[in-house]
Design a protein around this ligand. Structure first.
Ligand SMILES: [Zn+2]
Length: 523
C-alpha cells in the first residue's frame, strides 16, 4: 500500500491573492464543487474575518453537500492582549460553523517583534491559546506556521518554540510555510528533519514559488516525512504563486509512488486545471506541466517521425494518464510525417484529388510564407486538408458583404454589416449590428446561416487576436487574425491573413463557421 499524502487546496483563499485572479462567492462555490468531484479532501474557502465576499461564501457553502471534501476556514491567531473568546477573528472562524479551521501564527521573531510588535513570549501565548480555544470549541485545527523556514534560519530555537506552542494548544497538524518562497530544496529537507525531532503530530508543507522551487520544495518535504501538501490549482497565488497542486499530484502519484487522489481521478487532472482557469478567467498556460495544451505537443519533424514509431522517444509519460493528449503541430518545420499523423488524428484520408502528404506540405509552406501559421490554427488546417483532398465542400458561398462604422461627436461608435450568401441555389441577405465591425459581420453571417443550419447557434467566439506580421511599413503591413471558437464539445482555432484587417477577420470567421458545419456533416 503506497503512502497517502493529503491534498489541501487553497485556490479559493491564497489563490485569489494572485494578480489577475478574481473569484466571486458563486465562482468559488463552482470551484469547490469541482474540487470535491475530483476528490480533494480539504478545500480552504477563505478568510471570513477579512472580507464580506468570504463571509458570503461561507453562507452559501453551508447549503452545499459535498461527497467527501471538507471546507475549511482560514484566520489568524488572536490579537495581542485579548482573550481568545473576545477575539473577532477567532469568532469569525467559529461563526462559519466549519469543522476544520486553519489558523496561522508567526514563527519568525522578526515578524513578532517588528510587524506584530509583540513580545516573543506574547506571540507564543497567542499561538497556544488560540489553538487551544478552537480545540475547546470542538474544531479540528491545522496550524500554519507562517515564515517557518525563514524564522528557523534566523532563530531556530524560537521558530521551534512557536510550533511547540501550537502542539501544546492541541493542533492536529502543523503546516510549515515557506511564505516568502525563498528557501532552497536542500534546506527544506534539513529543517524539516530537525522540526520532526520536536513534533509528535503530522506535518504539512505550504510552499510559495518565488524561486521557481515551490514544487521541488513540496516534494522534498514529502520525502522528509510531510503528509499534507497545501497548494492551489494552476499555482495561482500571491507574487509568483503557490505550489501548483496539479504538478504536485502528477509527480507524487505518477513518479514517486505516493497516493494523493483516487487513481481513476488522475485522468481528470487536465479537465480540473482548465475548469479552474475558465472560472478564474485566466488564460490557461500552454506550457503547464502535465496538463498544458503543449505539454505533449511535437513540432520538429525528427521528433514527430520518432513518436510515430514510439511515443516514449519524446514523452516522459502517456498523456492520457492525466487526461491530456498528444498533439502534432504543423508548421513550416514540419515534414510529411506530421501531416500523415495529423490527418490520421483528424480522420482524414490523404491522396484525394492527387493531394498526398508531400503536396499538402508544399501548400502549407506556401501559405506560411504569406504569414499563415497553422500550429495555432488547427481548425483552418483541417479545412485546408479536407478541401484539398476533396472531402469537404464549402456549405455556403459569399456573394458580398459590406461593413460600416459610424462615430459622431461625443457618441460611441456603432458598426453595421450586410452580407449576401448563397447556399445551394438559395440566396440570403441579412444585416446586423455589432460591437465593432467584426462582431457585426459575425452576427450578420450567423443570421444568414441560421435558416439553413440552425445548430450554428451552438457555437460562440471566445477569443480574437490580431497581430501585425511584417511591421516594416506600419498600416500597410499584413495582419494575422486568429479566432478561437467553441461549442459544447470542442474548442477550435482558425486563421486569416491580409493587409486588410476586415478581410483577415472574415477569413478566420468563415473558417470557424465552416469548421463547425464540417463537424455536423461528419456526424
Ligand atoms: Zn501562502
Amino acid at each position: 500500500m503506497s503512502k497517502q499524502i493529503t491534498m489541501y487546496d487553497t485556490t479559493l483563499r491564497d489563490g485569489t491573492q494572485g494578480d489577475q485572479v478574481n473569484l466571486s462567492a458563486e465562482d468559488k462555490i463552482r470551484i469547490a464543487r469541482k474540487l470535491d468531484e475530483y476528490g480533494i479532501p480539504y478545500i480552504e474557502g477563505g478568510w471570513p474575518g477579512s472580507n464580506p465576499k468570504d463571509e458570503r461564501f461561507f453562507e452559501l457553502v453551508r447549503k452545499e453537500t459535498f461527497r467527501s471534501a471538507r471546507i475549511t476556514a482560514f484566520g489568524s491567531t488572536r490579537r495581542s492582549n485579548v482573550r481568545p473568546e473576545k477575539d473577532k477573528n477567532l469568532a469569525a472562524l467559529l461563526k462559519t460553523e466549519v469543522e476544520t479551521v486553519a489558523v496561522f501564527g508567526k514563527s519568525w521573531d522578526l515578524h513578532a517583534s517588528q510587524i506584530l510588535e509583540v513580545t516573543l513570549d506574547e506571540n507564543l501565548a497567542m499561538i497556544e491559546q488560540s489553538v487551544a480555544y478552537l480545540k475547546e470549541e470542538g474544531r479540528k485545527v491545522f496550524y500554519d506556521a507562517e515564515h517557518f523556514f525563514d524564522g528557523y534560519k534566523h532563530n531556530p530555537e524560537y521558530a521551534l518554540k512557536t510550533i511547540e506552542a501550537a502542539v501544546n494548544g492541541g493542533a492536529d497538524i502543523i503546516v510549515l510555510c515557506d511564505t516568502n518562497g525563498g528557501t532552497m530544496p536542500y534546506a527544506i529537507s534539513t529543517i524539516l528533519k530537525e522540526a520532526f525531532l520536536h513534533l509528535n503530530v503530522p506535518v504539512g508543507i505550504h510552499a510559495h514559488n518565488d524561486c521557481g522551487l515551490a514544487l521541488a520544495n513540496s516534494l522534498m518535504a514529502v520525502m522528509a516525512g510531510a503528509t499534507m501538501v497545501q497548494g492551489t490549482i494552476n499555482g495561482y497565488g500571491e507574487r509568483c504563486g503557490n505550489v501548483d497542486l496539479i504538478s504536485v499530484m502528477g509527480n507524487l502519484q505518477l513518479k514517486m509512488g505516493y497516493q494523493c487522489t483516487p487513481p481513476e481521478r488522475l485522468s481528470q487532472l487536465t479537465e480540473l486545471s482548465r475548469f479552474v482557469s475558465e472560472v478564474a478567467n485566466v488564460p490557461p498556460l500552454n506550457q503547464r506541466p502535465f496538463v498544458g495544451k503543449s505539454a505533449f505537443a511535437h513540432k520538429g519533424g525528427v521528433h514527430v517521425s520518432a513518436i510515430v514509431k514510439n511515443p516514449a522517444a519524446y514523452e516522459h509519460m502517456d498523456p492520457e494518464q492525466v487526461g491530456n493528449r498528444r498533439r502534432v503541430l504543423v508548421s513550416d518545420l514540419s515534414g510529411k510525417s506530421n501531416i500523415e499523423y495529423k490527418s490520421r488524428e483528424m480522420g482524414i484520408r490523404l491522396g484525394g484529388k492527387g493531394f498526398d502528404s508531400q503536396k499538402i506540405v508544399d501548400e502549407i509552406k506556401k501559405l506560411e510564407d504569406k504569414g499563415y501559421q497553422f500550429d495555432a490554427a488547427e481548425g483552418s488546417l483541417e479545412l485546408l486538408i479536407k478541401k484539398a483532398t476533396g472531402q469537404f465542400e464549402e456549405p455556403f458561398v459569399l456573394e458580398s458583404f459590406r461593413v460600416s462604422i459610424e462615430k459622431d461627436r461625443g457618441g460611441e461608435t456603432s458598426s453595421h454589416a450586410t452580407i449576401k450568401i448563397k447556399v445551394g441555389n438559395d440566396e440570403e441577405i441579412t444585416a446586423a449590428e455589432g460591437d465593432g465591425p467584426v462582431n457585426a459581420l459575425d452576427n450578420a453571417l450567423r443570421k444568414a446561416l441560421t435558416k439553413f443550419f440552425p445548430h450554428i447557434n451552438e457555437m460562440a467566439l471566445v477569443d480574437f487576436k490580431v497581430r501585425v506580421i511584417d511591421g516594416s511599413d506600419a498600416t500597410a503591413a499584413k495582419v494575422r487574425v486568429q479566432i478561437e471558437s467553441r461549442d459544447a464539445r470542442e474548442i477550435w482555432s482558425t486563421i486569416g491573413v491580409s493587409k486588410d484587417i476586415i478581410e483577415a477577420s472574415w477569413q478566420a470567421l468563415a473558417d470557424s463557421v465552416q469548421y463547425k458545419l464540417s463537424k455536423e456533416v461528419d456526424d
